[in-house]
Design a protein around this ligand. Structure first.
Ligand code: DGL
Length: 259
């Protein structure tokens, strides 16, 4: 039994989609969430910059005594998690585009992936794609501009809808039957995506799988918090608190922090 918090970081508010899954699945756990919105989007930065920001976030969370760190960002996971794992002495759980289930189940042999430039350019993404995409067409699309709009609180704006139609229409024309969401911010696009995509296209998002994996790692390392009490779930952002607070429906404590 361990009451130390789970640390979670993202380039901004997108990783809250992962936090929500974790909180639903592991309701006893305390947590600290860092939204590095001042430096969003990570997706257009170099690997070195993404690594430096991931180190900074990790060290802050470790200074707060976190027992496990969730890299709730595909871009940071695919560019930095192997370094973080080899450097720090806590378990790290990351999130990567779920190419495997899409590639294994596609009937049309064509799948789409929407992710950041940094994720699509990473070695880890290429390795996974090469492993599972034999005989399958994988249509990769950079979601340029999407993270910035979400960070501005414009999740369901007309601007967002136009951008998504531009990015998805070529995939629809190519007859995809799976769309893999390769960025934690994109989970918040679900209503628009359901509206734009033909009904038979399945959308793959990996939040719940991450929460299940965290439970397994906590169990294995005897780190689980089984005390039944009201957990403390803290959120820090380094820009303004309004958008983060809104995306959490005002249910959690959100503070401004200079990091
Ligand atoms: N949520 C991040 C991800 O999953 C967004 C990256 C960005 O800031 O560009 O990739």
């Amino acid at each position: 039994m361990n009451t130390q918090p789970i640390g979670i970081f993202d380039s901004g508010i997108g990783g809250t989609s992962i936090f929500k899954e974790i909180h639903a699945f592991l309701p006893n756990e305390n947590s600290i969430y860092l939204a590095d919105s001042k430096h969003a989007p990570y997706g257009n930065k170099s690997k070195q910059e993404i690594l430096a920001l991931s180190i900074k976030n990790t060290e802050y969370l470790l200074s707060k005594n976190c027992k496990l760190i969730v890299v709730a960002c595909n871009t940071a996971t695919t560019n930095a998690i192997s370094y973080l794992r080899s450097t720090y002495d806590v378990p790290f759980i990351g999130i990567e585009p779920a190419i495997k289930p899409a590639a294994l189940n596609t009937q049309t042999k064509t799948i789409g992936i929407l992710a950041t430039k940094g994720t699509l350019a990473s070695d880890l993404f290429h390795k996974t794609t090469d492993l599972y995409s034999n005989g399958i067409e994988v249509i990769e699309q950079i979601g340029e501009g999407i993270v910035t709009l979400i960070e501005e609180g414009k999740v369901s704006s007309n601007e967002m809808k136009a951008l998504l139609i531009e990015y998805l229409q070529p995939m629809i024309n190519a007859n995809i039957d799976y769309l893999v969401l390769g960025c934690t911010h994109y989970s918040y696009l679900m209503p628009l995506l359901l509206d734009i995509l033909p009904k038979h296209v399945k959308i793959i998002d990996s939040g719940l799988a991450v929460a299940k994996q965290i439970k397994e790692i906590l169990d294995q390392n005897q780190l689980e918090n089984s005390i039944s009490k009201t957990p403390e779930n803290l959120f820090y952002t380094n820009t303004n608190t309004i958008v983060l607070n809104d995306i959490l429906d005002g249910k959690f404590k959100v503070e401004l922090l200079d990091f």
